[in-house]
Design a protein around this ligand. Structure first.
Ligand code: AP5
Length: 225
């Protein structure tokens, strides 16, 4: 039986995590779990969690750790995540990382690796200012780098393309500040555990995808040794 892969994908806002998620979904038999997507679904459905989270998300701040840890912990206990997963956007603070470790340890499991998609701030600003997402499933486009075939219409499901509320310039600036202050310390954290793998996110999406696939294939070989 193949060894279990419990992977974390992280990086600054706009690094291309969602873009790569769509490509990686088809490559590996691993559920892709995005806390950002889960939160946006809760906001859309106006759940109690969604109502609490919206204010933080709209401002580009992090949703409080206790809410996120409970939501992610519940998701990781579901059947499809028991043989491995790729987490996108969680953990995002050292407190979330230690909570994740405790949760996995309680199931006799551990993190296999943390993959950092690294992109400088000026590129983040260019990417997020031009990003458009479809209202139906959140498929990603960029007005300049990855435009849809027909203006403002999703190629995949024909729904309308919009700009996310947190892609306004003032909110982007705050999201970057929050990333450097609260999430960047995870680089040292996972480095010290020997779990960090760095991906150059400035290359085009196909190259980034190829690099991530190669890293995951190597991890799989190492886990099977
Ligand atoms: P989340 O949805 O996780 O947002 P994020 O991390 O800020 O990431 P994005 O979704 O903005 O960017 P991405 O890296 O997926 O980039 P994308 O592929 O779209 O979180 C949203 C909010 O939820 C947070 O702000 C917070 O409030 C809350 N939250 C979530 N998790 C939380 C947690 N654990 N704790 C607390 N709060 C939490 O790409 C961006 C653009 O660039 C697109 O237009 C794309 O077409 C383009 N692009 C992508 N790759 C390339 C490339 N290689 N070259 C050129 N263009 C590219």
């Amino acid at each position: 039986m193949a060894a279990e892969l419990n992977l974390i994908l992280f990086g600054p806002p706009g690094a291309g995590k969602g873009t790569q998620a769509e490509r990686l979904r088809g490559d590996f038999q691993l559920p892709f779990i995005s806390t950002g997507e889960m939160l946006r679904a809760n906001v859309r459905d106006q759940t109690e969690l969604g109502l609490k989270a919206k204010e933080f998300m709209d401002a580009g701040d992090l949703v409080p750790d206790d809410l996120i840890v409970a939501m992610a912990g519940e998701r990781l206990g579901q059947d499809d995540a028991l043989d491995g997963f790729i987490l996108d956007g969680f953990p995002r603070t050292v407190a979330q990382a230690t909570a994740l470790e405790r949760k996995l340890a309680s199931m006799g499991r551990r993190v296999t690796a943390a993959l950092l998609i690294d992109v400088p701030d000026e590129e983040v600003i260019r990417r997020l200012s031009g990003r458009r997402v479809c209202v139906k499933a959140g498929h990603n486009y960029h007005v300049e780098f990855d435009p849809p075939k027909h203006d403002s219409v999703c190629d995949q499901d024909g729904s309308r393309l919009i700009q996310r509320d947190d892609d306004r310039p003032d909110v982007i600036a705050n999201r970057l500040r929050v990333y450097h202050e609260k999430t960047k310390p995870l680089v040292d954290y996972y480095d010290s555990l020997g779990l960090m793998r760095r991906i150059d996110g400035t290359r085009d999406p196909a190259d980034v995808h190829g690099h991530i696939r190669a890293v995951i294939a190597t991890l799989r070989l190492e886990e099977n040794v």
